[in-house]
Ligand binder design. Structure first.
Ligand code: WT7
Length: 631
């Protein structure tokens, strides 16, 4: 299943298109199934109804753990690097990880968790997070990991959407020089979470926390009460493995559902082929497990593949901006996977943070989350890769479950800012505004995928219609990504960014509607409109136009209050970078905000505002320009 030359890639790609079922049937033979499938694929993109490995039975943790306990028990599965540079790293071999997962799975069982239950996990980047995720999978509970930076309200919304029965958390978190409350935030969330019966709390910071009898339990105490043996629960290939919430252009975040068999096959297949991990390699993905990158490429893809996956608790700038490179040097990392926003931020700190570090172990560099600009690509290539590493610019999404378009390391040619070519099994299609397919060279287009791949989204939790509307209705018969894309004369793909009302801030998706809802709940706010604008480090920043009931007396203080409201409602990642108080918003006669104009003003480029004649009140534009100090 591992491709080792460009010719093999071309052959695999051709086969995956000519005979997808034959192709994916063969790939799936590389895994352990309790019972084989009867059909590789059943699909209908209109409903949508997509099933892979129909009738197949398995447990993903038998593939991620038990198999390797037999074949490589003492190989490190996870190497954990703590927040403090001087604290010792922790290595969990496959044998130890298996034992700890089984033990914790028994704790879950003891507390009444059964197959199909939804479990919310709200934890910092410590080994217990990976253990909790795998323990859920061990017994067929559906995990819903909520990123540790989200607010109590965001936790509650997600817990309630999926009717979670339990929350797994920690007392607190270390992030750089900050101490962050976790249990306390969960306690705030619990005020509005009637379905949660139990809370399991792992100790990290020893922060005093309230523990309610009969509801709250310590991880450490509970694991002492159970055995380290836990047979895996047999799952159907299409049983849900996890829910992960992500933002879209409208409404609340939706719970993307991934299922067991197809997700396992594709996360491992893509991991092995993109990164070309060899036995003995150390692989380091800097993402947080709260996002899909951490699910697929810290936990499932690498562990199902029997790799050694690093997990880092801290932040790239603590104790200084050389921390990533210290980790690479200390653990002799061979494959390093991060986001453009981290690269851009570290570039700015000066060569003393990287030039004397021994980075010679590196062979492959990955990038994910947002378009990588040429300057960052070149810096990464020259200063970190020393010109010897393939840069894999990997394009994919929460909904795709795995990497879709990317070079295969040291196999596919690379070109700065290009994600290059689709993985086998991925059939991209570019369409114009009218929905017509663009063939050959394309200077702009909307990116769709024509055919299912094994880890495609199956549904949005509790609202299948929404899944259909958002992904399968814009271009009927195709999956629509929401991204713009160009294709050069050689057929190489370059993703240009979102074409919908989603802002990509430091590689995180933020829905404009969500931020607007948060802003509108601030006292005195009448209406607001939010757009993205180019930001040097974050890729995109958030620009908020706000109409107040009356002009604030102390605008700077009011802005700070507004930011506090957004932090309280969503979390610090959704805080606008710029706030402009305005007296009106440019609207069409039908009342739709013309964001195109607001984006231009946010960019500071008013030379081409385009057609404003359909505006209800064109004078508003002049007022906003004046407020922004642009003429
Ligand atoms: C959106 C998905 C997939 C893991 C992290 C983000 C953007 C992602 C790239 C890339 C250009 C990229 C897209 C996509 N994106 N990778 N290599 N080049 N853009 O997952 O939160 O689901 O966001 O991130 O706009 O639609 P996500």
């Amino acid at each position: 299943m591992r491709i080792s030359s460009f010719e093999e890639y071309e052959l695999a790609y051709k086969k995956s298109v000519d005979d997808p079922e034959g192709f994916w049937g063969e790939v799936a033979q590389n895994f352990e199934w309790r019972k084989p499938w009867t059909r590789v694929l059943d699909w209908n993109f209109d409903k949508p109804d997509i099933k892979w490995y129909v009738g197949g039975k398995l447990n993903i943790t038998e593939n991620a753990l038990d198999r390797h306990v037999r074949e490589r028990p003492n190989q490190p599965a996870i190497i954990w690097e703590p927040n403090e540079k001087d604290d010792d790293p922790v290595t969990l071999t496959y044998k130890v990880l298996h034992e700890r997962v089984c033990r914790f799975a028994n704790v879950l069982k003891n507390h009444g968790v059964v197959k199909g239950d939804r479990i919310c996990i709200y934890m910092p980047m410590i080994p217990e997070l990976a253990i909790a995720v795998l323990a859920c999978a061990r017994i067929g509970a559906i995990h819903s990991v909520v990123f540790g930076g989200f607010s109590a309200k965001s936790i509650a919304d997600r817990v309630n959407d999926a009717n979670c029965k339990m929350i797994i958390t920690t007392d607190g978190a270390f992030r750089g020089n900050k101490r962050i409350a976790m249990k306390e935030t969960v306690d705030d969330a619990l005020i509005g979470c009637p379905t949660v019966e139990k809370v399991l709390v792992a100790t990290r910071t020893r922060t005093p926390v309230s523990m309610i009898k009969g509801r709250d339990y310590w991880w450490e105490e509970e694991t002492k009460k159970v055995s380290a043996e836990c047979p895996a629960t047999e799952m159907d290939s299409e049983d849900p493995l996890f829910i992960l919430y992500t933002s879209g252009s409208t409404g609340k975040p939706k719970g993307v559902v991934h299922t067991t068999g197809g997700y396992m096959v594709y996360s491992a297949y893509s991991f092995q082929n993109v990164f070309q991990n060899n036995p003995g390699d150390v692989y380091f993905c800097t993402a947080d497990i709260g996002w899909i990158t951490g699910h697929s490429y810290i936990i499932y893809g690498p562990l199902v593949s029997g790799a050694t996956s690093m997990m880092f608790e801290g932040v790239p700038t603590y104790p200084d901006a050389g921390r990533f490179w210290d980790i690479v040097e200390r653990h002799k990392v061979n494959i390093f996977y991060t986001a453009p926003t981290a690269i851009r931020s570290l570039m700015g700190f000066g060569p003393e943070f990287w030039k004397d570090k021994d980075l010679s172990s590196l062979r492959v560099l990955g990038s994910v989350g947002e378009p990588i600009n040429e300057e960052a690509w070149t810096w990464y290539n020259e200063n970190i890769g020393k010109g010897n590493c393939t840069i894999c610019d990997t394009w994919w999404q929460t909904e795709t479950g795995g990497i879709m378009i990317s070079p295969l390391a040291n196999i596919t040619p690379t070109k700065p800012t290009y994600a290059m070519l689709p993985l086998p099994g991925v059939q991209p299609m570019l369409v114009d505004e009218k929905g017509e397919e663009i063939t050959g060279n394309a200077i702009s287009g909307n990116l769709c995928i024509k055919f299912p791949w094994p880890s495609i989204i199956r549904t949005t939790w509790g609202d299948h219609e929404r899944c259909k509307q958002v992904y399968f209705s814009a271009y009927p018969g195709n999956y629509f990504t929401g991204d713009g894309c160009i294709r050069d004369k050689d057929g190489y793909y370059r993703i240009t960014g979102r074409v919908d009302d989603v802002i990509n801030v430091s590689g995180h998706r933020i829905g404009t509607a969500e931020v607007e809802d948060a802003l509108n709940s601030h006292t005195g706010v009448v209406e607001s409109a939010v757009v993205g604008y180019p930001h040097e480090i974050k890729g995109q920043g958030i620009f908020a136009y706000i109409i107040m009931e009356s002009q604030p007396h102390e605008p700077e203080l009011t802005k700070k209050d507004i930011l506090a409201t957004v932090t309280r409602i969503i979390g610090p990642i959704a805080k606008p970078d710029q706030i402009l108080f305005v007296s009106g918003l440019p609207k069409t006669r039908s009342g739709k905000i013309m964001r195109r104009i607001l984006r231009k003003i946010a960019e500071g480029d008013v030379s081409s505002l385009g057609d404003t004649s359909t505006l209800l009140d064109p004078a508003v534009v002049e007022e906003i320009k004046a407020a922004a100090g642009i003429s």
